[in-house]
Write a protein that binds this ligand. Structure first.
Ligand code: ZN
Length: 190
């Protein structure tokens, strides 16, 4: 950030009084510009024994498969966002069953929340955001062509948990190590 979004004057990075980390502070109007993680919400839509995936028509990861998910908009709940993204990306109307994965993607300052969702009818189609939308059985999942580690985790957990017949909320933390390697920490809450 270079300029204040309130008044247009230059900002500087410093620790405000009573705070403990650097913020962008406007030298003119004094506004402190807090920057916080953004939330991504999406669905893992299930129809019979199959899951619905979308092949991305947008960067990043153009052409790779993903679950329908995207950034929350102001004025909506996480459930609203997950349903909207599923409609926008897959033209699919789903019913949310439960929150399933919460991933802190620490190195990019994002939190991703994926809901298990029921697709009542096999009705969906490609969109401006998806080249293809398709149902997959477990043995058909394009594991080598998934767009994101978060999607890989959600699908892996889903097929593991389906064997056990229970779907505990999964907490995952993704971060990049000092050597540049992606680290995954995971746990469940009962
Ligand atoms: Zn200002």
């Amino acid at each position: 950030m270079k300029f204040c979004s309130q008044c247009g004057a230059p900002v500087t990075s410093r620790i405000p009084e009573g705070d403990n980390r650097e913020r962008y502070v406007c030298g003119n109007c004094g506004t402190i510009h807090y920057q916080n993680p953004r939330i991504i919400a999406g669905c893992l839509p299930i129809y019979n024994q199959q899951v619905l995936l979308c092949r991305r028509a947008i960067e990043p990861r153009y052409g790779y498969w993903t679950l329908p998910a995207g950034f929350m908009e102001n004025g909506e709940s996480t459930e609203d966002a997950a349903l909207r993204e599923t409609l926008e990306e897959a033209n699919a109307n789903v019913l949310i069953r439960q929150l399933y994965t919460v991933t802190s993607i620490v190195h990019v300052n994002q939190v991703q929340m994926i809901y298990l969702a029921h697709l009542p009818e096999p009705e969906f189609s490609s969109s401006d955001e998806s080249l293809e939308v398709q149902l997959f059985h477990e043995n058909e999942i394009p594991w080598n062509d998934l767009a994101f580690e978060t999607i890989r985790n959600a699908l892996r957990f889903f097929f593991e948990d389906r064997q056990l017949g229970t779907f505990p909320l999964r907490h995952i933390e993704l971060d990049i190590s000092e050597k540049g390697k992606l680290i995954t920490r995971e746990g469940t809450a009962q």
